[in-house]
Design a protein. Structure first.
Length: 116
């Protein structure tokens, strides 16, 4: 069997989503949560990286996927707001906390997950 590539996985996921219903989605979730915990974290990091990409100008939209980009932006904004509050609660100044969450590292949820 040929090794699966990133493009191949994206194609498989698209095919699955194209024929999916609520039950198949639940099946995916149930299968995912039964994976090895380290692999769950690595997979989740990849999903977060996708969301992070979706908020960039490189991710092009039209009427079919505008809502996805808008929701991705909302998720990232909410993440940054929460992290900023956490930094401030830990004693970081508001200005410094804003710098953290606006920087290359702090603005990306995927960077907060350690590699195990």
């Amino acid at each position: 069997m040929e090794k699966l590539t990133g493009k191949g996985l994206a194609d498989l996921m698209s095919d699955f989503a194209n024929t999916s219903n609520n039950e198949k989605g639940k099946e995916f979730i149930n299968g995912f949560v039964r994976q090895h915990r380290t692999l769950q974290q690595a997979s989740f990091r990849m999903m977060l990286e996708l969301i992070e990409h979706m908020v960039t100008d490189e991710y092009h939209t039209d009427g079919r996927n505008d809502a996805s980009k808008k929701l991705a932006k909302t998720l990232i904004q909410g993440f940054k707001a929460t992290k900023k509050k956490e930094y401030i609660a830990e004693g970081t100044s508001e200005e410094r906390a804003e710098e953290y969450v606006s920087g290359e590292f702090g603005s990306k949820p995927s960077r907060y997950l350690p590699f195990i």
